[in-house]
Design a protein around this ligand. Structure first.
Ligand code: RIB
Ligand code: CA
Length: 317
C-alpha cells in the first residue's frame, strides 16, 4: 500500500525535487501540498509549488498556502541560496501556472485531508515547522490521524545559517519545539545526513541525459543551486536536503537511523534554533525521534533520476 503523504514545504530547489519524487514513485500517495514562508515568502513558495506541479504534469494534488511568518519574530528568507523567486535558474515566465492554488489555507487543507483519508497520514515538512505546529495546536483531536512526521531540519552537528542552527529550525524554533515535543513519531533528517546527498556533476549528467523538457529544467535548477552553494558555502556540489524525507518513505533501508532525544534551543544567545541531539544518551531525556545518519547515496540518486525520467515521459500527458 502506498504511503499517504502531505508535503509541507518552502520551494526552494530541494523542496521541488521532493515534490517530484513524491508524485512519481508508486510507493507514495501524494494527497496534498501545503506551503510556508521559508526560503522565500509564502506567496513565492506557493507559486513555486504550483510551477513545479505544472511543469511536471502533476495534477489533482491540492496546493494551499500556509503561514507567512514564524510563531514569533520576523520571517527569514534564503534569497542567497534560492534566489529572488525562491526557485531561480529556470525561466518559468511571468504567466500563472496552470495548476491552481487551493482556496483553503494550509491548516484547513491538512484538516480536510486527514478527515477524508481512511487511514492515518504521514506529514512531511521540509521547511520551517510553523504550519505543522499551528495545526497541532489547533487540532489536537486529529493527531490520531497523523501516522508520523518525517522532516528535514536541524542537525546532529553544526548549523548552516548560524554556527549552531539549521535554516528550517532557526526560522521558527518555537514551532520546531512544539513538533519535537508533540509525542508523535518523528523522523528527522538533518544536515549531518543531507550533506551526504550532493548533486555532483555525474548526477547532473545522468539527469541531463534523459533529454526531456523536465530534465532540462531540473538541470537548470541544480546548476543554479550549485552556484549559490559554491558561492556561499564553498561546496563543490549542492546537497539536495529535502528529498531524503520521501526517499526514506520509499525505501527505509536507504538511510540509517538512530533513536535519540532531540531538544530545540530556544534561548541561547549564540545557539537559538540549534537541535541538540543526545546521540550518547547522556542527558537521560527520553528519545523523541529517529535521526538519519548514513545515506546510501547511489540509491538516493537512483530514485531522483528515475522520478525525473518518469514524470518527463511524453506519454504521461
Ligand atoms: O537547511 C536546509 C533546508 O532549508 C532545506 O529544506 C532548504 O529547502 C531550506 O528550507
Ligand atoms: Ca525546504
Amino acid at each position: 500500500m502506498p504511503v499517504p503523504v502531505i508535503l509541507d514545504c518552502d520551494p526552494g530547489h530541494d523542496d521541488a525535487f521532493n515534490i517530484l519524487l513524491a508524485a512519481a514513485h508508486p510507493a507514495v500517495d501524494l494527497l496534498a501540498v501545503t506551503t510556508v514562508a521559508g526560503n522565500q515568502t509564502v506567496e513565492k513558495t506557493t507559486l513555486n509549488a504550483r510551477r513545479v506541479c505544472a511543469v511536471a504534469g502533476i495534477r489533482g494534488v491540492p496546493i494551499a498556502a500556509g503561514r507567512d511568518r514564524p510563531l514569533h519574530g520576523p520571517p527569514l528568507v534564503a534569497e542567497n541560496i534560492h534566489g529572488g523567486s525562491g526557485l531561480d535558474g529556470p525561466g518559468f515566465g511571468d504567466g500563472e501556472p496552470d495548476v491552481p492554488q487551493d482556496p483553503r489555507d494550509a491548516r484547513t487543507l491538512i484538516r480536510d485531508t486527514l478527515l477524508a483519508h481512511p487511514a492515518p497520514v504521514t506529514l512531511v515538512p521540509t521547511g520551517p515547522l510553523t504550519n505543522i505546529a499551528t495545526f497541532l495546536l489547533a487540532h489536537p483531536e486529529l493527531t490520531p490521524r497523523i501516522e508520523r512526521i518525517v522532516l528535514m531540519g536541524g542537525s546532529t552537528g553544526r548549523g548552516n545559517t548560524t554556527p549552531a542552527a539549521e535554516f528550517n529550525v532557526l526560522c521558527d524554533p518555537e514551532a520546531a519545539d512544539i513538533v519535537f515535543s508533540s509525542g508523535l513519531p518523528i523522523t528527522m533528517f538533518g544536515l549531518n545526513a543531507t550533506h551526504q546527498a550532493r548533486a555532483t556533476a555525474d548526477v547532473v549528467s545522468r539527469i541531463a541525459a534523459l533529454g526531456t523538457p523536465l530534465s532540462r529544467l531540473c538541470v537548470e535548477l541544480l546548476t543554479y543551486f550549485a552556484g549559490t552553494y559554491r558561492e556561499v558555502f564553498g561546496f563543490d556540489s549542492p546537497p539536495l536536503h529535502d528529498p531524503l524525507t520521501v526517499a526514506h518513505l520509499i525505501d527505509p533501508s536507504l538511510i540509517s537511523l538512530v533513536r535519540a532525544a532531540v531538544s530545540v534551543e530556544l534561548t541561547g544567545t549564540y545557539t537559538r534554533g540549534a537541535t541538540v541531539v543526545d546521540l550518547l544518551g547522556v542527558t537521560g531525556r527520553p528519545a523523541n525521534a529517529e535521526v538519519g545518519m548514513e545515506v546510501d547515496v547511489a540509491g538516493f540518486w537512483d530514485l531522483i533520476v528515475e522520478a525525473v525520467r518518469v514524470l518527463g515521459e511524453p506519454t504521461r500527458d
